[in-house]
Design a protein around this ligand. Sequence first.
Ligand code: UD1
Ligand code: UDP
Length: 391
Amino acid sequence: MHLRNNEQIRVMVVIGTRPEAIKMAPVVLELEKHPRHFQTQICVTGQHREMLDQMLQVFRLRPACDLGIMKAGQDLASVTAECLAGMSQVLQRERPDIVLVQGDTTTTFSASLAAYYCRIRVGHVEAGLRTGRKFDPFPEEVNRRLTGHLSDFHFAPTDTARKNLLEEGVNPNDILVTGNTVIDALFLTRKRLAEEPTLAKDGLGATDGSRIILVTAHRRESFGPPFRRICEAIRAIAESRRDTLIVYPVHLNPNVQAPVHEILDGLSNVKLLPPLDYLSFVSYMQRAYILLTDSGGIQEEGPSLGKPVLVMREVSERPEAIAAGTASLTGTDPERIVAAVSSLLDDPAHYGRMTKHPNPYGDGHAAERIVQFLIERMSAPSSAMAQSMLG
Ligand code: UD1
Ligand code: UDP
């Protein structure tokens, strides 16, 4: 392994939203274990504000720059434009050797495009997930595909994701199957909680034997009638199953807040909470009987906690958990959602079948694999790579 004139590799890790912070935290922590090889800088776009800051605090991540772009009810074009312009300035000033982006958000795509315009290499963490449907999830499916086109290194969480990339013509040497870094984050957090349970803010107390259904929902493609149907389903579960406690930390998007409060306020067994920091949310997941969600990350976390995940979407770019039997798609139709929840509550054999599988999304060592790959590829004699970047 050769380091260029003993220079460190300058890595810029870009983070915009809550899940990017959770999933990039293990990568940053791992890069920081190798100060001889890497000088690591975090740049946050601030696509999210409160929900991002919560996570930066939990993982003690200290950004070197913050574009602070979030506006209430922001639209996709303005987030894209502001991230692109802001990231271009930062990259021209800092000139890192590589930019690492994660997932499928507008920050992910815009930062990759900015890096490409500056002829800076891009490493894509959580690469290769696809539904093959342009508007499902929206705009994440296309954000992720475009980021793939702009990336030099593709860190695929699973073999399926690798296969998707190969089918699109990506060079196999530039793909590494790593597992998902969210599992690294989950394991780190579970360990911290085991050592110090009071780190979790738990406003629930004893639940008198009620089984907890932990809910999250926020997808753009569901806004409007489908999202209202999700809320109606939750209401129907709360009214028909007094033996359950529904805990729902509500995303701050106004398109989510308004229907949730209109339809779910005032139900004694529905607890609507502000977004929870990751330590608290993991603690709630551990206590939950069922995870009912449209989130990507929670589909990946559920199997490691032995919790069944009901996914309130028509398709998922994470087919592995569905194939393994730990997650199931319910769509947004209230009848299907209520039936799926009832079946888990009333049929212990069905519940058992959904909870006893190894996690297809990783073993908690994804960040180590990513960092080792970067050491090998970025430390190689630089001329060939630098030439190719300069066209
Ligand atoms: C974004 C991502 C989505 C990801 C989700 C994670 C895009 C297009 N979407 O969606 O892929 O799954 O984050 O949660 O990148 N808000 C606040 N405070 C916050 C965060 C959000 O008030 O800390 C409100 C603001 O009014 C903001 C709105 O939520 O305008 C929407 O935020 P935005 O990042 O555009 O979309 P998300 O639905 O959060
Ligand atoms: N999460 C959290 N607090 C919450 C809700 C979710 O810490 O109140 C975590 C969850 O465990 C997962 C991630 O946030 O790791 C998922 O983020 P989100 O649902 O916002 O985005 P998605 O995964 O759908 O992109």
